[in-house]
Design a protein around this ligand. Structure first.
Ligand SMILES: *Cc1c(COP(=O)(O)O)cnc(C)c1O
Length: 341
């Protein structure tokens, strides 16, 4: 397979049109067989449910080349089951989980020339999504839907090493109690845009959202879950009904327990505890773990002991182990790696 002539190390995180995408349509109560197409445009009614009432959800995962030269995805079955949860909450039809994984595999296979080589740090980002496509004007679920998967090559998340970031405690909320914070709905992102643009204008890399009910507990950022390391080497990660269940975070918890023999606490985390932690990181598909060096709460600075130069030592061990598993350098738990053949 001849690879595209792309400068893998310098492509950044942006959309690049690749050769093929997967499309399946839901009509009269059922999904069609689905096809791969070269057409990268979507034509829908001006009154489509997605355009009027934001009836849409998505997933995100990566394909990459392992040390042995295999092209693989990481735990796509969990993306399939999370999309099922998202569609149920948004009154959208279920796209069967086995078909979801098959659609991801088909789309990656059709774009093999865009899967970056091992060692480049770049990956092929995969974006499955679904939206209401039929006209809706009185508020109700659409009757017709489209499920699509496209891919785009993305560069290494950390150019020149993973530098710790500074984040702020946001004055905005990302999710309501009993709302949609636990599903991957586009609407959660639309309402976070003002908060992140504001944070960036103030010089912060990300927002820390607190629980909207009491504003005393740590939730997550706009697109990544938190992990904390205590001074006695435990992994602590917030548990809440309004955070998105990150597959990266769930995998890190497993790695901490089963590979590194660490104690793990998944529980409510008070903001007042944060000053006592040794390390802090953000976890999600894009960065795997991005280290946090400083958290600013209305002028009050919390400086993590791990500092602003490097990832904390325990965070680094978790990062190296998980990326080692993903890249085939360390043996993976059963079922974590889906080989695309
Ligand atoms: C997608 C997402 C994450 C990260 O989830 P992964 O499965 O690890 O990529 C975290 N928080 C939010 C709000 C998200 O949308």
């Amino acid at each position: 397979m001849e690879k595209k002539n792309i400068d893998w190390a310098n492509i950044g995180f942006g959309y690049v049109k690749t050769d093929k995408r997967y499309v399946s349509n839901y009509k009269d109560g059922k999904w069609d067989d689905g096809i791969l197409t070269e057409d990268d445009t979507v034509v829908i009614s001006e009154c489509a449910g997605v355009l009027q009432y934001a009836q849409t959800c998505f997933e995100g995962l990566k394909a990459y080349t392992t040390e042995k030269g295999q092209v693989v995805c990481f735990r796509p079955d969990l993306n399939a089951s999370r999309m099922k949860d998202s569609t149920q909450r948004l009154e959208m039809p279920l796209f069967p989980e086995d078909r979801f994984v098959d659609a991801v595999v088909q789309t990656v296979k059709a774009n093999m020339a865009y899967v970056p080589p091992y060692g480049s740090g770049a990956t092929l980002y995969i974006r499955p999504y679904m939206f209401g496509s039929s006209p809706v004007i009185g508020v109700k679920p659409a009757e017709e839907y489209q499920f699509r998967v496209f891919t785009t090559p993305v560069g290494p998340y950390f150019k020149g090493g993973a530098k710790p970031i500074t984040i702020k405690v946001s004055d905005f909320d990302r999710a309501a109690p009993h709302g949609t914070g636990h599903i991957k709905a586009g609407l959660n992102y639309a309402m976070s845009l003002h908060a992140i643009v504001t944070a960036h204008e103030e010089g912060f890399a990300e927002n820390m959202y607190l629980d909207p009910g009491t504003r005393t507990k740590v939730e997550e950022t706009g697109g990544a879950n938190f992990i904390f390391i205590t001074k006695d080497n435990k992994l602590v990660t917030p548990k809440s009904g309004s955070i998105l269940p990150s597959i990266t975070r769930r995998s890190i918890v497993h790695v901490a327990k089963e590979y590194l023999g660490m104690e793990v606490e998944e529980r409510e985390v008070l903001f007042s505890e944060v000053k006592d932690f040794a390390e802090c990181g953000l976890c999600g598909t894009a960065a795997v773990i991005s280290p946090v060096g400083k958290i600013v709460d209305h002028g009050n600075e919390i400086c993590l002991p791990s500092g602003m130069d490097d990832m904390g030592p325990v965070t680094k061990k978790l990062y190296d182990t998980l990326t080692g598993i993903q890249m085939g350098r360390i043996e993976a738990p059963e079922g974590w790696i889906k080989v695309i053949e």
